[in-house]
Design a protein around this ligand. Structure first.
Ligand code: GDP
Ligand code: MG
Length: 175
């Protein structure tokens, strides 16, 4: 961090979505620039840090990975509380994964403070595969929910850094 501005702005991000969407893969691609074809053990209660330098400050993302198959309610408090950004991931090649993303979006909104609304981003991962959900359906959904939308491939390293840099741009500069 030698060349990063020393005013550090910590920002909690939670990555949610169904199992196999590629949540852990996206986090590991972003932070460690690695990818594995096997299903990955989820980081769980740990988080990964990623730094983005701006002119006078540095955004420090604290990225919380989750295990999608676990019960929503046991996760909700610990993972959602204090999250300034929610990244809802689905597998573009799997319509069920898109439908589960909707449930996760709803669950996050239900459990977060409406007076401090989080930035919400929907990420269609695995854009290296064939798209199963019509784009018009995705567009209508993100419009309705007020979400940003991105496509990515953790496998091919498509758009991953750009997504998180774009999210960092949305965080207000410290006073
Ligand atoms: P998680 O359960 O949401 O954390 O998903 P994982 O990160 O464990 O990934 C699930 C599976 O999808 C693994 O076999 C990954 O190798 C694979 N995967 C993840 N991202 C991509 C991607 O961008 N493209 C393709 N083709 N496979 C991916
Ligand atoms: Mg995982």
């Amino acid at each position: 961090l030698r060349n990063y501005p020393q005013v550090i702005v910590p920002v909690k991000i939670v990555i949610i979505g169904t199992a196999n969407a590629g949540k852990t893969s996206l986090a590991l691609r972003l932070v460690k620039d690695t990818f594995q074809n096997e299903s990955l053990p989820t980081v769980g209660a740990m988080f990964l840090n990623k730094f983005f330098a701006f002119d006078n400050y540095t955004i420090k993302f604290e990225i919380w990975d989750t295990a999608g198959q676990e019960k929503f309610h046991s996760l909700a408090n610990m993972y959602f509380r204090g999250s300034k950004i929610a990244v809802v991931v689905f597998d573009l090649s799997d319509t069920d994964s898109f439908n589960k993303a909707k449930i996760w979006t709803r669950e996050f909104k239900t459990n977060s403070n409406p007076e401090e609304p989080a930035i919400m981003a929907l990420v269609g991962n695995k854009c290296d595969l064939n798209k199963a959900t019509p784009q018009s359906e995705i567009d209508a959904y993100v419009e309705q929910e007020g979400m940003l939308y991105f496509e990515a491939s953790a496998k091919e390293n498509t758009n991953v850094n750009n997504i998180f840099r774009t999210l960092a741009d949305k965080i207000p500069a410290p006073q």
